[in-house]
Design a protein around this ligand. Structure first.
Ligand SMILES: [Zn+2]
Length: 339
């Protein structure tokens, strides 16, 4: 578990022989596909080296993308973090960081359904990076929302660099299988799947402001797990159904922050709705046929719920104000050797 990602055996074979020209063509195509919806000022800006690391590409590719319209902040020559992640996600190169992350977080869906709910132990690291333009000025870091089932935090691991917060946990997760009875809840879960299928919604990385504004994200046709959870919650409440939006971490070799919504079913029990993970699994893995319906009412063991359900999991202030933090999550099973 390290900030410097070791891709070694994680890389799918078969795409590694793409020529530089073919890779550039794939990235250029992705540029046409991504919906650029918010202003550069609304997003975290990253430098060229970080963009190259996330896309795992060379300078020529970046230059090519800029020539074809990739947005760049002229003054600082910086890129939008979400633009870069989205171009990678839709590049089809099978090697960019966002593609690998999606593959890692969804591959359990291809395993036998019994394994989705087993009790599991994890060793995980959460790393937050300050995104202040011009570099971190040094300041306070806090873990705002300790994951509920996490324990044995290792305080010696905190704060290796001034701009970075890093902490490790062991955690235990488990799941359960339940079915939603209320037809309106089932219908809304299906409607989310259908909106992605039809292209009305495109899954994208979203800047924090848009991520937390489901009405705007819906109007723009770009959604992620946070905006879908907010959208579902709003629609369910309009039907008089009680909801709780949940935040947490998706556990995988390259995990990520995650959100979903719990809805109170006709039997009075709160059950999780997580259609986004079904959408991602359908395109990045070969999920078991029951997986999509599993995400309507059941809980899988790859998610670590956070106690607090607002704001960022890692918070940081420097230069006299709260800064946006980019989060990296790395998790490995502590109970067996692979997975
Ligand atoms: Zn800072």
């Amino acid at each position: 578990v390290s900030g410097a990602l070791s891709m070694g055996s994680g890389c799918p074979v078969g795409y590694m022989n793409d020529t530089p020209a073919l890779l550039r063509a794939k990235f250029a195509e992705a540029l046409q596909r991504v919906r650029f919806v918010s202003s550069l000022d609304d997003d975290v800006l990253i430098d060229r080296a970080e963009a190259k690391r996330l896309l795992r590409c060379d300078d020529a590719t970046i230059a090519d993308l800029v020539a074809q319209g990739l947005r760049i902040d002229q003054r600082t020559e910086a890129f939008s973090y979400c633009d870069i992640m989205n171009v990678g996600l839709y590049s089809g190169t099978a090697r960019s960081v966002p593609e690998l992350a999606e593959r890692f977080i969804t591959r359990f869906s291809a395993e036998p359904p019994l394994t989705w709910t087993q009790r599991r132990r994890w060793r995980l690291a959460v790393e937050g990076r300050c995104t202040r333009a011009g570099g971190c000025a040094g300041g306070q870091w806090a873990l705002a929302a300790t994951p509920a089932q996490a324990y044995r935090r290792d305080p010696s691991d905190i704060g290796s660099r001034v701009d970075t917060f890093r902490t490790t946990f062991e955690a235990e997760t488990s799941g359960y299988q339940m079915e939603v009875q209320a037809a309106p809840i089932r219908r809304l879960h299906s409607e989310c799947l259908e909106r992605f299928r039809s292209g009305a919604w495109q899954y994208q990385y979203l800047p924090l402001g848009l991520r937390d504004d489901p009405v705007a994200a819906d109007r723009l046709g770009v959604m992620n797990c946070f905006s879908v959870a907010g959208w579902l919650s709003e629609r369910l409440r309009m039907l008089g159904i009680e909801t709780r939006v949940r935040h947490g971490l998706l556990l995988a070799f390259m995990g990520m922050e995650h959100a979903w919504v719990d809805a109170r079913d006709a039997d009075g029990v709160f059950k999780p709705l997580d259609p986004v993970i079904a959408v991602l699994a359908a395109r990045s893995a070969v999920p078991a046929s029951s997986f999509a319906s599993f995400t309507c009412g059941s809980r899988f063991n790859r998610v670590l719920a956070s106690r607090a359900n607002t704001g960022q999991i890692v918070t940081h202030a420097c230069d006299g104000r709260k800064q946006t933090v980019t989060l990296l999550v790395y998790a490995r099973p502590a109970d067996r050797r692979s997975g």
